[in-house]
Design a binder for this molecule. Structure first.
Ligand SMILES: Nc1ncnc2c1ncn2[C@@H]1O[C@H](COP(=O)(O)OP(=O)(O)O)[C@@H](O)[C@H]1O
Ligand SMILES: O=C(CO)[C@@H](O)[C@H](O)COP(=O)(O)O
Length: 482
């Protein structure tokens, strides 16, 4: 058996696969996000560790005892600053934190080679600008920082005592020479850091250490190898077979992501397209990232008194697709692709006397779909063709949302078995590759299809005017919406 752990933003997911790739057990332990100031988004690294332990301990003991390797995946970019004793110096600053917008400009000036070397523009979600913010606003903490880790790599440190990261996650720091798959001393220096602050960087299938005896005992898992793993999106790609040039996925987690695998490093930093390494050697990827996807579902569920995501989807379905004029701009945490605007905020537009909570819920599903459509458009403008998307993340549990998404995006959506926990599935597969061998094409093949959704032409036509109004809204509201 192989254990995959995904340190998601809303919770830690654990999945166990048998040697045939079948999911035999899975569990989740919830996490919360702290927002102590406007634009801030933080989590306590200790909470990642407690939730990881809780998720693993929720797997049946006999399954845990049969584990032969562990893979880890996680939310990307989070700055986890450790002091000389390897303890966190402050809460981790997350991928959807917008405080370091000013530092992005400073970083681009300090590192003229940033776009060429990293393949990306500086955005506040990435790790490097966060460190500039800490240097400028919390200088004593910056001076005390000995190591900077990403979320899953902090959990790895607790699991194995080793400091390591993998290429896909490391690329999201802006300190990686993404084409060369190695840290860039030039980019580190622009943030006042050196190679000594960095974990070693490995491929996702490389073994980085062994589960510590104390952790093995706590978890009821043998002291087995732990592999490099991946950032959650690349891990999800390995989980659903997005491992060949042109294969693409749609992730419906807290964030929304369209991810396209590429067989070379193809940076296209214009309009906030991300270009990172894949977690498998010799592969890269492009992606559009939308800061609030399923996050909007949970938010509007709370706002309208729905019992949770499933209840919210049922309410939206009661209204039906394109049922009213209501328009939702899903920028609750700002937006990355295509606007690169940390300060924009969400909006409901075109409310009238017939607006109901159900129609508001429906407009939220549509608004997230339209934002993802903007991302698909800029990927296409960058020369990337996408005909079908494999769906991963918690939002894959809603077939109803899939119908709106397929129509808004104009592509077929394919739902694969285990896709809703895709990153954890991929992490387990990376462990299997490291321990048992085999090729990525075999071990990371697409799981069986559960169903697929083609765009419904009638719904495409009904959504088209709303999509046009959505596109029109961002430039019109932006000056007053910061
Ligand atoms: N039955 C459901 N139908 C659709 N979406 C759901 C359902 N249950 C949970 N979700 C959504 O899944 C999201 C969590 O997805 P997940 O991929 O685990 O996110 P993350 O990796 O960011 O923690 C929740 O925010 C919730 O909105
Ligand atoms: O910032 C990004 C990718 O660049 C996000 O996709 C995070 O990696 C968080 O993922 P989820 O918690 O939404 O899965």
């Amino acid at each position: 058996m192989f254990l995959g752990i995904d340190i998601g933003t809303s919770g830690v997911k654990a999945v166990v696969l048998d040697e045939h790739g079948t999911v035999v057990a899975q569990s989740t332990a919830a996490l919360t996000v702290q927002r102590p100031q406007p634009l801030w988004s933080e989590q306590d690294p200790e909470a990642w560790w407690s939730a990881t332990t809780a998720a693993v301990q929720a797997i049946p003991p006999a399954v845990r005892r049969a584990v032969r390797g562990v893979g880890i995946a996680g939310q990307m970019h989070g700055a986890t600053l450790l002091g000389a004793d390897d303890a966190p110096l402050r809460p981790a600053i997350l991928w959807n934190d917008g405080r370091s917008f000013a530092e992005c400009e400073a970083l681009e000036q300090a590192a003229p080679g940033l776009r060429r070397i990293s393949g990306n523009i500086a955005m506040p979600g990435f790790t490097a600008p966060k460190l500039l913010w800490v240097r400028d606003h919390e200088p004593a903490l910056f001076a005390a920082t000995r190591t900077v880790l990403l979320p899953k790599d902090y959990v790895r440190l607790r699991m194995t005592g080793e400091k390591a990261s993998d290429m896909s996650d490391a690329a999201g720091t802006l300190w990686l020479d993404t084409g060369a798959r190695a840290w860039s001393e030039e980019l580190l220096a622009a943030t006042g850091l050196t190679l000594d602050h960095m974990p070693r960087v490995v491929e996702g299938t490389d073994i980085t250490g062994t589960l510590r005896d104390a952790v093995a005992e706590l978890w009821g898992v043998p002291a087995v190898p732990v592999v490099g793993g991946a950032g959650d999106n690349a891990a999800g790609a390995a989980g659903v077979g997005v491992v060949q040039d042109g294969d693409a996925l749609l992730s419906l987690g807290t964030s929304g992501v369209i991810f396209v695998a590429t067989d070379g490093f193809r940076p296209n930093p214009a309009r906030a397209v991300h270009a990172f390494c894949h977690c498998l050697p010799g592969l890269w990827h492009q992606m559009s990232v939308h800061l609030s996807a399923a996050a909007c579902i949970d938010w509007v569920a709370r706002l309208t008194g729905a019992a949770g995501a499933a209840d919210l989807f049922a309410r939206a379905e009661a209204a039906g697709p394109a049922s009213g004029p209501e328009l939702f701009l899903p920028y609750l945490s700002g937006e990355r692709t295509p606007h690169n605007d940390a300060e924009v905020r969400g909006a409901f537009l075109r409310l009238d006397n017939d607006t109901t909570p159900e129609k508001l819920a429906q407009s939220v599903l549509e608004g997230v779909a339209f934002a993802l459509g903007d991302g698909l458009d800029v990927l296409r403008e960058a020369g990337t063709q996408v005909e079908r998307l494999s769906v991963i993340g918690g939002g894959a549990r809603s077939r109803y949302w899939g119908e709106t998404l397929a129509a808004a995006l104009g592509v077929e959506l394919v739902y694969l078995k285990g896709g809703e926990v895709g990153p954890a599935l991929g992490a387990a597969r990376l462990a299997q590759l490291a321990v048992d061998g085999g090729t990525p094409a075999e071990v990371c093949a697409a799981p069986p299809v559960s169903h697929s959704i083609a765009p419904d032409p009638e719904l495409v036509d009904r959504l088209a005017p709303k999509r046009a109004a959505f596109r029109d809204a961002y430039p019109r509201i932006t000056p007053r919406n910061h």
